[in-house]
Design a protein around this ligand. Structure first.
Ligand code: CU
Length: 143
């Protein structure tokens, strides 16, 4: 009887928005101009655990492809390159932000509107996945 009670309690626990000790915060997708076939998603990924974790890939619902990218400024020419894996040490936060690391969302099935949510699935080297809801936001310019 005691074992059954523990099981029921476990099933009633709310699902955490994290995979193990990995936590995502501040996820968003800046709204892209019409007709753009690739745009970016950003977030902060924190490792609250005691072991280094390795981010190895991403999928995005509603896009044919999604890749981990890093932007580089080389002599005033903005370039970006694919990133195969990102290690996150215990206690470390990796920040995906404009001008640096980003998730490249490619070939959207439909145009995103403000208020939509893009479902990202992050994949880790140990087989864990982490679902991230990234709201689509209009960026303010000229302020
Ligand atoms: Cu990119």
């Amino acid at each position: 009887m005691k074992r059954l009670a523990v099981l029921v309690l476990a099933l009633m626990m709310p699902l955490p928005a994290s995979a193990g000790d990995l936590v995502v915060s501040g996820a968003f997708v800046p709204m892209a101009p019409p007709g753009v076939m690739a745009h970016a998603a950003y977030f902060q990924l924190t490792n609250d655990g005691t072991e280094t974790r390795r981010l190895i890939g991403v999928r995005a619902e509603g896009y044919a492809m999604a890749h981990l990218h890093r932007s580089d400024d080389m002599e005033d020419v903005a370039t970006m390159s694919a990133v195969d894996a990102i290690d996150i040490a215990p206690g470390q936060s990796i920040i995906f932000a404009p001008g640096g690391l980003h998730v490249m969302l490619m070939h959207p099935a439909a145009m995103q509107a403000e208020g939509n949510t893009v479902l990202l699935t992050l994949s880790f080297a140990n087989g864990d996945t982490l679902a991230v809801q990234a709201p689509v936001r209009r960026l303010r310019h000229g302020s």
